[in-house]
Design a protein around this ligand. Structure first.
Ligand code: CTP
Ligand code: MG
Length: 391
């Protein structure tokens, strides 16, 4: 396992003033440390997790880690912290297996930090080989003071507020901690004091540190907002499209309808393979996105599409929709004509079309009671509707 997160959770939470170690204080019903563990133990790549806990709560902390980690508990360690954060980080670094190359150090008190921030920091350490801190621009005007007298305004464009996780090549960070004078207030400071380079990546407003009661209230509000957002139904921005296509029969061509071959049946004439069903589906998708039509998009005389199979156009329409932030939700297509008979192969056709559309496709068939060109067996009509949704 080449990457690890050290979660420092051994602080006493004096400023929060609840008389209990801060990492064990619940935020909207779930303890801060549990929230952090849920995030780091769900990272997509295997990650060793070392938790630095208050010395008098080690057993409780081990139980808590085991309950969140489940089968992954073998890739965790729980160790007692020290008198200050510096000592706690050192204890965490000492608990990591030798295979670890990149380490992130994270405050349990920043318990709402999203997984994306951990991934961003890991990626930046790997790409740069440097230390990496997430930072946010400073929004207040900042002044240097001498007692209660303002000395000057500091150029805030040159300032960032830094958060955790802070990431480093493990060997370099261990070396930096081993020789540190303990004057630094964060890991990047220790790293830099030892001659290391530190870069910043964008931080996240939700990665704020819970220090006071006010911060606790803010965290509860963020959790409530997330819950409300999660219960909002997916986008209701739905669009409907319509597509119709007609091809004449051509006994000399192979018959392909709805992406299926119909051996022994008369084929359909056309610049491509004449698959009226696929073309109607393509047009319905394009129409739903307000993206024009198959002729305009794929050029009926374009030599690239001579003999092209129907899936090429359907796939092309799906890609054009995706570029507009739209995805198919459902497609319906009706085949109008005497032959080929659809009934026996309906499911096969639905599956073939759905595999290209990326959403369910319903196929039905009908005749026109002997009337019109379809009734006389001169050609085949397909009528499709598509519903697409903004993502
Ligand atoms: N921390 C630690 N060991 C210490 C001190 C702090 O592991 N001896 C951890 C805290 O648990 C926290 C992070 O370092 O996750 C940042 O520290 P801070 O916000 O100052 O937390 P506390 O020290 O617990 O709070 P306070 O300073 O108010 O007592
Ligand atoms: Mg502290």
């Amino acid at each position: 396992m080449s990457r690890a997160v050290v979660v420092v959770a051994a602080g006493s939470g004096t400023r929060l003033g609840l008389g209990t170690a801060k990492a064990f204080v619940p935020v909207a019903g779930e303890r801060m440390l549990v929230r952090v563990l849920r995030t780091v133990l769900a990272l997509t790549e295997p990650t060793f997790v070392a938790v630095v806990a208050p010395a008098d709560r080690l057993d409780e902390c081990r139980e808590l880690v085991a309950s969140v980690a489940g089968g992954a508990v073998a890739y965790t360690a729980v160790v007692p912290g020290g008198a200050d954060r510096h000592a706690s980080v050192e204890a965490g670094l000492a608990a990591l297996p030798d295979s670890v190359v990149t380490v992130l150090v994270h405050d349990a008190a920043r318990c709402l930090t999203p997984a994306s921030q951990f991934e961003r920091v890991f990626a930046a350490v790997l790409a740069s080989g440097a230390g990496v801190v997430p930072g946010l621009p400073v929004t207040d005007t900042v002044k240097r003071v001498d007692g209660d007298t303002v000395v000057e305004t500091v150029d805030r464009s040159a300032l960032v507020g830094v958060q955790t996780p802070q990431g480093f090549p493990l060997a370099d960070l261990r070396r930096a901690y081993a020789g540190a004078a303990r004057a630094e207030t964060d890991d990047a400071g220790v790293f830099q004091a030892a001659g290391g380079t530190v870069r910043t990546v964008p931080g996240d407003a939700d990665a704020f540190k819970i220090t006071t009661r006010w911060d606790l209230g803010r965290a509860e509000a963020v959790v409530a907002e997330r819950a409300a957002a999660a219960s909002t139904p997916p986008s209701l921005d739905l669009r409907v499209g319509l597509g119709v296509d007609v091809h004449a029969f051509d006994a000399a061509s192979p018959c392909r309808v709805g992406l299926l071959d119909f051996p022994g049946e008369a084929g359909l004439s056309g610049h491509s393979d004449g698959d009226a069903v696929a073309h109607a589906v393509c047009d319905a998708l394009l129409s739903a996105g307000g993206l024009g039509d198959i002729g305009g998009r794929f050029g009926t005389s374009d030599p690239r599409y001579a003999g092209a199979t129907g899936d090429v156009f359907v796939r092309g329409a799906v890609e054009l929709l995706r570029a507009e932030g739209l995805v198919p939700v459902r497609v319906t297509v009706q085949v109008v004509g005497n032959r080929p008979r659809i009934g026996a192969r309906r499911e096969e056709m639905q599956d073939a079309l759905a595999a290209v559309v990326g959403a369910p496709v319903a196929v039905s068939g009908t005749t026109t009671d002997g009337l019109g060109f379809t009734g006389r067996g001169e050609g085949l009509t397909a009528i499709a509707t598509a519903v697409v949704r903004a993502v």
